[in-house]
Write a protein of this length. Structure first.
Length: 666
C-alpha cells in the first residue's frame, strides 16, 4: 500500500478544508461554498470521529475495488460502429494487442476518406474559457441573442433546442411551479440547490439538470470531475427509470484507468474531488439515493477513466482575420493584407465510449473531428484489412520530436507510446531539431542527442536524462534517398556497434560545437520572431530578419523545423509589408520543409497551401492560385470528406474566389 493512502481522503479533505485551501479556490463562488459548507459539515460530523482503523479499512477496501475493476477491463469484444443515418455496419473490430491493450483493426480494406465512426458523447462539458462565448450544449459560438438556463441563468445556449437538451423541458404552472420534466420545483425552493427528486418521465438525460440551481458547482470543479458527475447522474437516473435501487454506484464503464500509474498526489486529489462530487450528487438527489460501500472508489475510478479516455472537442478558428476576411479585403497590399491562417481551439472535453477503443498513433491513419458534439472518425489513407486503425491523441510526427511526443503522452495520458513512429527510426525525428553538416556536399543531420546503433540492428536514442528509446532500423532498401542521406552511418551495417555522439554528423561523422550552434540558432530565431510583434512591418526590420535567416541557414539542417518556422514568419512579414512576391518565395520554402517533416498529404500542408493561395490571389496569379487551392482541397477532403465546408467555412469562399478570378468581390 502506498504511503499517502494511509491518510483517509475524508480526513485529508477535512484538513484541507479547515486550512481554507478548498475555500480559497472557491471564494468567487460564495453560494457554492455555502452549499459545500452545509454538506461538508454533515459529512464531517458523521465521519470526523472515525478512528484510524476504520479509515484504513475504507482505503484498503477502496484499493481492492479499484484493482478488481482494473483487471476486468480488458475484454475482447467486437465494437459496434454505428454510422449516423446509415444502416448499422461494422468496419473495424476490437483486437487485443500485447503492448497497447485493446485497439481497433479494420476487418476489410478501407478506402481513404471513408467515414468509419460517428458517436455522441456519454458526457461532454464546455471548457471554462469558452463559457461566455460558446453554447454549453453544442459548443458552437453563440449568437447575440443567447438563451439562458431558465432556472439558474448560468449556462448559455445558442438555441431553445440546445437549452432543452441540456436542461430538460421546463414546464410553467401559473407561476406557482417551474420544473424540469419530471421535476416539480416550487418557486420558493428555486433559491436553494435542489428539491426532492421525482423519477424522470422521459428517457432523455438532461445533463445540466443535477447541476442546476443554487450552488453552481459545475463551474467550480475541474472538467474531469464535472464529466464524472454527469456520467454518475446519467447512471443514477437510468437506475431510477428502470426502478432499481437509487444507490450511488459507478456506471461500470469498460475503459482503462491506469490508477497505479498516477502519482500519490494525483490519487489523493481525485479522492478529495470524489468526496466533493458525492456530496454534490447527494445534495441534488437527497433522500432518493443511498451510498454504497464502494461508491467512493467507483467514483475515483471513474475520474481516472476520464483522465485517460476523454477527448478534447476542437473547433477551427481564424487568426489574423482569417481566410474569409483576407478574401473579402481583396488581399490588397496597400490595405495590409493578412495570411489565411486558422488554428484549432479546444472548446470542450467529452467522453465517447466506443471512440475510447481507438489507440493512439503519432502517424495516425484516422482523423477525428466534431459535428456539434458528435465525434466523427474518417480514414486519411488506404487501410489494409487487419491493420490497426489509430487516431492521434495530440502529438504527431512532424509537429513534435520523439522526446516531446513521449513526454506529452506520458504527462497527459499516462502511457509510453509504442506506435510505429515511436518504434522505428524516421526522417522527421532525425532532422526536425538538427543542425547541418559543416561539409558543403553532405546532407547529414547533426543532433543534440546521442544515437547508439547496436550491431543487433537497432538504435538507442537518448531522450534526455536517463530516458532512452529503442528504435528499430527501417530496411535500407525501402527508405527514401533523403533518409539515407541524412543518416548514412546509421544504415551502414559494419557488424559493429556505433556511437553517434551529439554534435557528430550522422552521415560523414564531421563534428560541430553543438552547444554554440544551439545558442546562436536561438538568438537568430528570436530576432526573426520579433517580426510577429508588429502589425505594420517596415523594410529595415525585414532586412534584419533576412540577415538572421541567412545565419540560420548556415547552422540549421535544411529540413529543420526552425527553418520552416523562420521562412513562415518572414513570409507573413512580407505580406504585411505588401511585398507579395517575396512572401510567396518564403511561403513556398516553408511548405517544402514541412512536406519533409510531415508528409505531402498531411492536413498541415493543406493549411499552409491555403496561405499560399491568398498570396497568389493578391499577386493576381489566378491559375497558380486555383492549382494550389485544388491541392489543398484534395487534402482537406481526405480529412473531412463531405463535411469539409461545414468544418472549414472559408473553403467555399476561397473556392469561389479562385474560380471567379476575383480577388476582392466577396
Ligand atoms: C483511450 S485508451 C485506448 C484503448 C485501450 N488500449 C484499451 O485497452 O481500452 C488509451 C490507452 O490505450 C493504451 N494506448 C493507446 N495507444 C497507445 C500507444 N500508441 N502505445 C502504447 N499504449 C497505447 C494506453 O494504455 C492508453 O492509456
Amino acid at each position: 500500500m502506498e504511503a499517502t493512502l494511509l491518510i483517509s481522503p475524508v480526513s485529508m479533505f477535512q484538513a484541507w478544508y479547515r486550512k481554507g485551501m478548498v475555500k480559497a479556490s472557491l471564494n468567487n463562488y460564495s453560494s457554492a461554498v455555502h452549499d459545500l459548507e452545509v454538506a461538508l459539515s454533515m459529512e464531517m460530523s458523521s465521519s470526523g470521529k472515525s478512528n484510524i482503523e476504520q479509515e484504513l479499512n475504507l482505503i484498503l477496501q477502496m484499493h481492492e475495488n479499484i484493482n478488481e475493476v482494473g483487471t476486468s477491463n480488458h475484454g475482447n469484444k467486437v465494437a459496434d460502429l454505428p454510422l449516423a443515418g446509415q444502416p448499422h455496419k461494422v468496419i473495424a473490430e476490437s483486437i487485443s494487442t500485447p503492448i497497447k491493450g485493446r485497439g481497433m483493426a479494420s476487418i476489410d480494406d478501407i478506402a481513404p476518406a471513408s467515414l468509419i465512426h460517428v458517436e455522441d458523447p456519454l458526457a461532454a462539458v464546455i471548457m471554462k474559457s469558452f463559457r461566455e462565448t460558446h453554447c454549453h450544449f453544442c459548443f458552437s459560438e453563440t449568437p447575440a441573442d443567447v438563451v439562458f438556463c431558465p432556472l439558474c441563468t448560468i449556462p448559455i445556449y445558442c438555441s431553445k433546442k440546445c437549452q432543452e437538451q441540456s436542461v430538460g423541458v421546463i414546464s410553467c404552472d401559473q407561476d406557482t411551479h417551474i420544473g424540469h420534466s419530471g421535476h416539480a420545483i416550487s418557486l420558493e425552493k428555486l433559491s436553494i440547490a435542489s428539491t426532492s427528486f421525482k423519477p424522470p418521465s422521459s428517457k432523455l438525460f438532461a445533463e445540466h439538470r443535477h447541476e442546476c440551481g443554487g450552488a453552481h458547482w459545475a463551474a467550480v470543479l475541474p472538467t474531469d470531475v464535472v464529466l464524472a458527475g454527469r456520467i454518475m447522474a446519467r447512471s443514477i437516473e437510468k437506475r431510477m427509470l428502470s426502478g432499481k435501487s437509487f444507490a450511488i454506484s459507478g456506471p461500470n464503464l469498460d475503459l482503462v484507468h491506469h490508477y497505479d500509474h498516477h502519482s500519490p498526489a494525483n490519487k489523493l486529489e481525485s479522492q478529495i474531488y470524489a468526496i466533493v462530487l458525492l456530496l454534490c450528487l447527494q445534495n441534488h438527489y437527497r433522500s432518493d439515493i443511498l451510498w454504497k460501500e464502494d461508491s467512493l472508489s467507483q467514483l475515483v475510478l471513474l475520474i481516472f477513466q476520464i483522465k485517460v479516455n476523454s477527448i478534447a472537442i476542437v473547433r477551427m478558428s481564424s487568426v489574423d482575420g482569417g481566410p474569409e476576411l483576407t478574401v473579402k479585403r481583396g488581399v490588397s497590399a496597400a490595405e495590409g493584407a493578412s495570411l489565411c491562417s486558422v488554428e484549432q481551439v479546444r472548446v470542450a472535453q467529452a467522453i465517447y465510449v466506443s471512440g475510447s477503443l481507438f489507440n493512439h498513433s503519432c502517424r495516425p491513419n484516422v482523423h477525428a473531428y466534431f459535428l456539434s458534439r458528435a465525434l466523427v472518425l474518417r480514414t486519411t489513407e488506404f487501410i489494409k484489412s487487419g491493420s490497426p486503425v489509430e487516431l492521434s491523441y495530440g502529438p504527431q510526427v512532424g509537429e513534435m520530436h520523439l522526446a516531446e511526443r513521449q513526454k506529452s503522452l506520458q504527462e497527459n495520458y499516462y502511457f509510453s507510446c509504442h506506435c510505429s513512429s515511436c518504434s522505428e527510426l524516421n526522417l522527421s525525428d532525425l532532422v526536425m531539431n538538427s543542425f547541418r553538416c559543416p561539409q558543403s556536399n553532405c546532407l547529414g543531420a547533426i543532433s543534440e542527442s546521442t544515437y547508439y546503433r547496436s550491431k543487433e540492428n537497432f538504435v538507442n536514442v537518448s531522450l534526455g536524462g536517463s530516458v532512452y528509446c529503442k528504435l528499430s532500423l527501417p530496411d535500407v532498401s525501402e527508405v527514401g534517398k533523403d533518409m539515407e542521406n541524412v543518416a548514412k552511418s546509421l544504415f551502414e551495417n559494419s557488424g559493429v556497434s556505433l556511437n553517434v555522439d551529439h554534435g557528430c554528423c550522422m552521415s560523414c561523422r564531421s563534428y560541430i560545437d553543438v552547444l554554440s550552434a544551439v545558442a546562436t540558432s536561438h538568438m537568430e530565431e528570436s530576432k526573426i520572431d520579433r517580426l510577429k510583434e508588429f502589425t505594420l512591418v517596415d523594410k529595415t526590420l525585414i532586412t534584419k530578419a533576412l540577415q538572421s535567416l541567412k545565419q540560420l541557414k548556415k547552422l540549421r539542417h535544411p529540413y529543420s523545423k526552425a527553418l520552416a518556422q523562420a521562412e513562415d514568419t518572414i513570409a507573413e512579414a512580407f505580406v504585411k509589408a505588401g511585398d507579395q512576391d517575396r512572401a510567396r518565395k518564403h511561403c513556398e520554402a516553408s511548405i517544402q520543409i514541412l512536406e519533409k517533416l510531415y508528409h505531402p498529404k498531411h492536413i498541415i500542408i493543406a493549411h499552409e497551401l491555403i496561405k499560399l493561395v491568398s498570396i497568389l490571389l493578391a499577386l493576381g496569379e489566378r491559375a497558380s492560385a486555383a492549382a494550389t487551392f485544388a491541392r489543398a482541397e484534395s487534402i482537406f477532403s481526405l480529412y473531412y470528406g463531405s463535411h469539409m465546408e461545414r468544418i472549414l467555412a472559408y473553403v467555399g469562399t476561397l473556392k469561389r474566389a479562385v474560380g471567379s478570378g476575383s480577388t476582392g468581390a466577396y
